[in-house]
Design a protein around this ligand. Structure first.
Ligand SMILES: Nc1ncnc2c1ncn2[C@@H]1O[C@H](COP(=O)(O)OP(=O)(O)OP(=O)(O)O)[C@@H](O)[C@H]1O
Ligand SMILES: [Mg+2]
Length: 399
């Protein structure tokens, strides 16, 4: 499969990553989505199982039909069958009317059975029947119903171990695992971490109109070395909380270390921490330390605010979009105290690899048009393009 096609699919499914692992996953989605074959998605928590299930459905011929998601771990064992297959009136106390189950609601579409490892054994027998014969019996009913449903299942459990322990039926496992997509934990492909970090940061900063100036190389290194037990979800939450707390500053390794300690409150191999204390004692000290830091920071914020409040220049208020993040600094040479010449960049190096030419062009044209009150000649002149090209671009981007 060529790189362009992979990139296109990734973009339309919102799946980030450049590593071989991610590419292989996209290739598998492309190969299996347009069949009715059952797909089993395995992976630790937060590795993207639901995202991949969505992608399989959206890339299938069933994409205009429903995708019904069922969290098997969240439904009490006593009612899971009636939830899945429906029930007839009077089949049990409280069944005051007929009720459609998820399989019926998903007819012609896809059903996503999340946390399938939690499904009770008796229900597994019935699921196997749907898989093999495409039919089921509502609870208390006598009329067999047909289900034209594609099944995608996911779990973060090791199902082969579950079958050994007889908590999961072997026959169902073999039926489900024909096509298995195993999502690797994030720590197995750390080279993709900068891509995730920058994309999540920019999206979050844009949504909340916060300026994001990027991370220092050391900060990024730290994130790449961290083991991320909660995988991509944890990384995403982490980045969002970093941005909220570090508004407007380049995020450095100290900030990252501090935040990792607060978030996890456990010693990590990358983060220095005394081990002679009990965990309780260390936690108390850490919390106290954080309270002190917070107090100091809020004091500093108060001072800065009171100084700046009457000098507010609304023209320079934080702007949303990509450009403020892409061009956060002017190109200039700076001589450090050690006499070293350091170059600042026109393009924020942290943004490279995360934005496309098209995104930048679109925003640049849109903002320049706004600046010149939609006067095409002035806009075209300032962008050094012909008015004809400008018209074409306006049309192309639907501005
Ligand atoms: N490759 C990826 N590219 C972009 N975002 C991703 C990727 N993988 C996961 N995410 C994001 O990470 C978060 C967690 O993903 P998701 O909910 O699919 O994980 P999960 O494996 O189903 O987790 P759990 O087992 O806890 O239910 C979501 O916000 C999702 O959009
Ligand atoms: Mg999930």
């Amino acid at each position: 499969m060529n790189g362009d096609r992979i990139a296109k699919l990734q973009q339309s499914f919102g799946i980030l990553g450049n590593s071989d692992e991610i590419r292989e996953i996209i290739e598998t989605i492309d190969q299996v989505a347009k069949t009715d074959i059952t797909v089993l998605i395995l992976g630790e928590s937060g590795t993207g199982k639901e995202l991949i299930a969505n992608a399989v459905h959206r890339h299938s011929f069933r994409k205009h039909q429903p995708l019904v998601k069922v969290n098997c771990g969240a439904i009490p064992a006593g009612i899971i069958e009636s939830e899945l297959f429906g029930h007839v009136k009077g089949s049990f106390t409280g069944a005051i009317e007929h009720r459609k189950g998820y399989f019926e609601s998903a007819n012609n579409g896809t059903i996503f059975l999340d946390e399938i490892g939690e499904m009770p054994l008796e229900t597994q027998v019935k699921l196997l029947r749907v898989l093999e014969l495409g039919e089921f019996l509502p609870v208390g009913g006598s009329e067999i119903k047909k289900a034209d449903v594609r099944i995608i299942a996911a779990t973060n459990k090791d199902i082969s171990v579950e079958t050994e322990k007889e908590r999961f039926r072997k026959d169902l496992y073999y039926r489900l695992k024909t096509i298995t997509i195993s999502l690797p934990p994030l720590r197995k492909y750390p080279d993709d971490i900068p891509i995730f970090v920058n994309k999540f940061a920019i999206e979050f900063a844009n949504r909340n109109s916060i300026i994001f100036k990027g991370l220092s190389p050391n900060a990024m290194n730290l994130l790449m070395k961290y083991h991320w037990p909660g995988n991509i979800r944890e990384l995403k939450n982490f980045i969002e909380s970093m941005i909220v707390l570090q508004k407007g500053e380049v995020i450095n390794s100290k900030m990252v270390e501090k935040r990792l300690l607060v978030e996890r409150r456990i010693p990590s191999p990358n983060l220095p921490m005394k081990v002679s204390k009990s965990i309780d004692q260390a936690e108390r000290e850490l919390i106290l330390h954080q309270i002190l830091l917070l107090r100091r920071e809020s004091h500093e914020i108060k001072n800065i605010l009171s100084e700046k409040i009457d000098r507010l220049d609304f023209e320079k208020m934080p702007d949303s979009g990509i450009l403020p993040h892409l061009f956060p600094v002017q190109k200039e040479e700076k001589v450090t105290e050690e006499g070293e010449v350091k170059e600042n960049y026109i393009i924020n190096p942290n943004m490279l690899g995360t934005v496309s030419f098209e995104e930048v062009e679109r925003e640049l044209i849109e903002k320049t048009l706004n600046k010149f009150n939609f006067k095409k000649r002035q806009t075209a002149n300032s962008l050094k393009i012909s008015e004809r090209t400008l018209y074409r671009k306006i049309k192309e981007y639907g501005l």
